[in-house]
Design a protein. Structure first.
Length: 702
């Protein structure tokens, strides 16, 4: 086979030979396109599926679920990195639409959106386009964007990362699955199918060309159609005649229907000329692979299709019966009376396993970090103005985080909190940190998970489950394969330490262009339960005279991933600190226990910038200042640490509980005045806030 032909279909010679051997013949054009999409990395997970199954064993449904009494919290995070790199507005908008459909496919009503952005610099037009796309789509469908993160690093200049997390709620009796024990009719509802998004799956599975040829692979979204689809789908799934539900995402009709059939252990026959189209002359393979948005696939008991049609018409959505499942074990495609393809469905849905367990050792540091400087003002202001740390008000004020009226704690204050039932709420967080994971993908990934849990706990949430989006470069390169496997091990080890299930996730490979690859960039999301919204502590200082404590280790090893270290080249060996993860776990859950006893007035976890930045943020976001004395490195970063404000009458009980749990703590000062006084050095509230809020550094390289 001519290599140019194989390149057209994004297939390797090995894959081509595998297909021919399995079929005993040459595939025809339609079949080539089928394998092109289904064996792409984006659909086939060739370099990751086995590793994920062995180490996580997550649900094979559209989203993971954790339980808060009778409420199932469906949640998942996915990437839309490649589309956002070439068409930021539509790439981000359709990223929201796609992840929302994963949640409604479970039967869950969407209640929240979170996002994780990684960009080269704040002045990037890609950044502005993505924020506009997220706000346009999320605001229009009536689902609040309640939290997230925005990070900047020059390594993302040509390859931005846009990961979107959706959260929904469903009662036990109403959960829907993507598989069925019974054959039925394949029905689609939603928008018409066009040529937008063609080759989207294969486009997301290769290096960006950067020459404008990628643009047609990006889908175009209609949030008002999505809103109608949400309501229609939630009505449809009430019907007993609906056997299975799947959203149409990557590889469109082809992927959604074949995966539904394969998971059910069935064969599938599709009639592409039955699909409602908005363009003339579309070929069978174009109809199959189109990633036109706002569409859902349903498996319905035969004879009950009209029930679905009635609901679709009520919401002004397209409806069509496009095929049926059967017991043949085959995928058959028919178009205008012609059989266009006939393939074993397991061959189509099971791409070759190319994953590799490549272990690499990364250095760890045991040397305790010390601070020899006298004045901290200059360094603090530099960190507060760093675009990764500084206020993201210019981003989240463009999101309607109050729609639905259930948002208890707003964006960018540790974890977001959304009301659920009675006094109960859901705490939500999403986190990445390329400084850590580029340095040590194993230990850095553990730190991400602990940081996300710390955010949830700071908002009175008890972590319940994990989702993730693993963003990497070319997995065919040994270095990237080693980074990826280290990340997988880090997630597995940390989840076991914290006793939390990994319920769902996504992998995004080939994030590279012009020969430049992104560093390893996993992102993790956490869902937690808040038992009583009245127990949610403040994120800033609230009462003069209260005591301020550091919970967690005071003296910690040097961390070459710390922002202060990186910006000042203070450490040359490039190692991550050796962390006692069980100590960190004890600190997390001790803080949670103290919050449940309502001993704390305010809680904020220590993250980028270390203890002094956390203190400054609590002053900026609170009602009062603080007078603090510390004899340790003010900017060092280490997991499992919190700044807490506590009343005098609660001190004894608090200290006793931490001692019982073998958690280190240090009284470092009191809440007082307006400014922050650190080791007798005055740090003006007005200057800190102005620096934090005015985005110094925006327009420059991060």
């Amino acid at each position: 086979m001519d290599e140019k032909v194989l390149k057209k279909f994004s297939l390797s010679p090995f894959e081509y030979k595998t297909i021919v051997k399995a079929l005993g013949r040459e595939p025809n054009e339609t079949e080539f396109y089928i394998f092109s999409a289904m064996w792409s990395e984006h659909c086939g997970y060739k370099h990751s599926k086995r590793l994920i199954k062995e180490h996580f064993n997550p649900s094979e449904e559209n989203a993971g679920i954790v339980w808060i009494e009778d409420n199932g919290i469906a949640f998942k995070v996915e990437s839309h990195n490649h589309p956002c790199a070439v068409e930021p507005f539509q790439g981000a908008a359709t990223g929201v639409g796609g992840i929302i459909r994963d949640v409604i496919a479970m039967g869950a009503r969407p209640i929240a959106i979170l996002d994780s952005f990684h960009f080269g610099k704040p002045s990037s037009p890609l950044f502005e386009g993505v924020v506009d796309g997220i706000s346009f789509y999320g605001n229009s469908i009536g689902v609040p964007t309640v939290g997230g993160e925005v990070r900047f690093d020059k390594s993302y200049e040509n390859n931005p990362l846009v990961n979107v997390m959706a959260v929904g709620v469903v009662k036990k009796k109403k959960i829907k699955s993507a598989k069925s024990d019974e054959c039925g009719s394949v029905v689609m509802i939603g928008s018409k199918t066009g040529r937008d998004g063609l080759h989207g799956a294969s486009f997301a599975s290769r290096e960006l060309e950067g020459n404008g040829k990628d643009r047609p692979s990006v889908q175009v979204g209609d949030p008002f159609a999505e809103k109608r689809l949400i309501e229609a789908t939630l009505q449809v799934i009430e019907l007993k005649s609906v056997l299975a539900v799947q959203d149409m995402g990557a590889a469109g009709i082809l992927s959604s229907t074949t995966e539904m059939a394969e998971r059910s252990g069935m064969g599938l026959t599709l009639y592409t000329d039955k699909v409602p189209l908005r363009e003339d002359g579309m070929k069978a393979w174009e109809i199959l692979l189109s990633e036109s948005q706002e569409r859902m696939a349903l498996l319905v008991k035969k004879g009950h299709e009209s029930e679905i049609e009635e609901i679709a018409k009520r919401w002004e959505l397209e409806f069509a019966i496009i095929g049926e499942t059967n017991n043949t074990g085959l995928l058959e495609i028919h178009h205008q009376g012609k059989k266009m393809a006939m393939l074993p469905i397991e061959l189509v849905t099971k791409a070759p396993d190319l994953s590799r367990k490549m272990k690499k050792e990364y250095p760890l540091c045991d040397e305790i970090s010390t601070w020899s400087g006298k004045s901290v003002k200059k360094e603090l202001l530099n960190l507060l103005s760093n675009p990764t740390i500084s206020s993201k008000r210019r981003v989240y004020e463009r999101y309607d985080h109050t729609v639905r009226g259930e948002t208890v704690k707003p964006p960018f204050s540790d974890a977001a909190v959304v009301h659920l039932d009675g006094d109960k709420c859901v705490a939500l967080s999403i986190d990445g940190n390329v400084n850590y994971t580029a340095l040590n993908p194993l230990e850095g990934t553990k730190a991400l998970l602990f940081e996300s849990c710390a955010n949830v706990i700071s908002s009175a949430g008890k972590p319940l489950g994990i989702t993730n989006c693993l963003n990497f470069g070319n997995p065919e390169e040994d270095e990237v394969a080693a980074q990826f496997y280290s990340c997988i091990r880090g997630l597995e080890e940390a989840s076991k330490i914290l006793n939390l299930p990994i319920t769902s996730g996504n992998v995004s490979f080939y994030n590279e262009s012009k020969g430049i690859s992104i560093p390893p960039s996993p992102v993790v999301g956490i869902v937690g339960v808040v038992e009583d919204w009245k127990k949610v502590p403040a994120s800033g200082f609230v009462k003069e005279g209260d005591y301020i404590y550091l919970v967690g280790k005071k003296e910690v090893p040097k961390n070459a991933g710390a922002l202060y270290i990186q910006k000042n080249n203070k450490m040359k060996d490039g190692s991550f600190p050796r962390v006692n993860w069980n100590e960190c776990k004890n600190a997390l859950y001790a803080v949670y226990e103290v919050i449940q006893k309502k001993m704390f007035e305010a809680v904020h976890d220590v993250a980028e910038g270390g203890v002094l930045v956390a203190l400054a943020e609590m002053v900026i976001n609170g009602k009062y200042g603080a007078n603090v004395s510390c004899d340790f490195h003010p900017f060092e970063e280490y997991p499992g640490r919190f700044i807490v404000e506590i009343k005098e009458e609660n001190v004894d009980g608090f200290e006793k509980l931490l001692r019982k749990n073998d958690v280190e703590f240090t009284k470092i000062g009191t809440v007082t005045g307006k400014d922050l006084v650190y080791n007798d050095e005055l740090l003006s509230f007005d200057e800190m806030r102005k620096t934090y809020e005015t985005y110094k550094g925006f327009g420059e390289d991060a």
